[in-house]
Design a protein around this ligand. Structure first.
Ligand code: C2E
Ligand code: MG
Ligand code: MG
Length: 305
């Protein structure tokens, strides 16, 4: 490295650091051949991680909460909404949750970011309930939060702060997280039930489906993932499968929310399954609070275009 100067030198250091890391990931005594794409991905991830860390330490600048309406059978006013986290990076612009949520989880930053999300979403839920008194807010909770923080305490504190009754909240946990549950998570589920907060099982149909825990856990709602919905509207056998699942879920006394209905043709097929709830672009895309109020409540009727 002695021959390298300035930028070149620090670049070489970065590359060596990266290569060493990659080699370590492969196991002991391994050699790693540098690959440009992997390095670009690594750089992007490091930069996003750094930005997320700064955002968390900086009043959560760059984070926003979006809300997607969930409709019950009558379709007139939203039954509730799902709160979805958004992050805008200074360098890369809008980053998809599919990319930044795993980073928040790996770094543990999901714990403070999740708390921020709860405060944001529950506060807004209180506002929306002034217009729609039965409105319920769904919040996604990650396994890292249940296993590494006192999420029950955070939930109750934030509900109190927002003055929300217990029935105003639905906690969404993914199937994969539930199946990997550890002792803390069991404690979390018991406490959730004891408090009387509803549980929704997210991502149903993405490959884990184990039916035994369904009757054991009795979530109030089972959310059918968009990938399953998309297959079911395109393929007869998948549709048959989904139909059977719906019957089974109903026989177990749970409700169904079908996610990802994108257009009228899809709805024509899905409505035959009589889901208790639907959530999808056809009914409304996730949007910011003001837009949500304008589009889905009558509060700002005079301003609506
Ligand atoms: P999810 O909880 O299953 O959320 C539903 C996802 O489906 C959202 O994606 C939503 O925008 C998308 N979606 C809804 N309707 C349609 C549709 O008709 N078509 C298509 N193509 N997509 C639709 P989003 O917002 O990108 O979030 C992705 C995932 O990131 C969420 O999946 C959830 O697992 C996770 N996530 C988002 N916000 C949070 C959060 O605050 N905390 C945690 N732990 N996870 C979150
Ligand atoms: Mg969800
Ligand atoms: Mg889902």
């Amino acid at each position: 490295f002695a021959a390298l100067e300035g930028n070149q030198y620090s670049e070489a250091l970065k590359l060596t650091d990266f290569a060493l890391n990659e080699a370590k990931k492969l196991g002991r005594n391994r050699c790693y051949i540098y690959n440009k794409e992997t390095y670009q991905r690594f750089l992007r991830k490091s930069e996003i991680t750094q930005e997320l860390r700064e955002a968390v330490n900086n009043g959560f600048q760059g984070f926003t909460a979006f809300y997607q309406p969930v409709f019950a059978e009558d379709k007139k006013v939203p039954y509730g909404a799902e709160a979805l986290m958004r992050f805008t990076s200074e360098k890369f612009g809008i980053v998809s949750p599919a990319e930044f949520i795993p980073i928040l989880e790996e770094t543990g930053l999901i714990i403070p970011a999740g708390r921020w999300m709860m405060r944001e979403a529950m506060g807004k839920c209180g506002e929306i309930r002034k217009v729609l008194p039965k409105f319920r807010m769904s919040i996604n909770i990650s396994q890292v939060q249940t296993s590494k923080s006192d999420v029950i305490h955070d939930i109750s504190a934030e509900m109190k702060r927002a003055g929300l009754p217990l029935k105003a909240l639905i906690v969404e946990l993914t199937e994969s997280d539930l199946l990997e549950q550890n002792i803390n998570e069991k404690h979390f589920l018991t406490e959730l039930r004891r408090m009387g907060i509803s549980l929704a099982l997210d991502d149903f149909g993405t490959g884990y489906s184990n039916f035994h825990y369904l009757s054991e856990l009795k979530p109030e709602i089972i959310k059918i993932d968009r990938s399953f919905t998309a297959k079911a509207v395109a393929d007869e056998q998948e549709y048959y499968l989904l139909n059977q699942f719906c019957t089974m879920i109903r026989n177990l006394d749970m409700k169904i929310c079908i996610e990802g209905v994108e257009n009228a043709q899809e709805w024509l097929k899905i409505r035959k399954l009589c889901p208790e709830f639907t959530q999808g672009y056809f009914w409304g895309k996730p949007c910011g609070y003001e837009e949500f109020m304008r589009k889905f409540t009558n509060k700002n009727d005079e301003k609506a275009d």
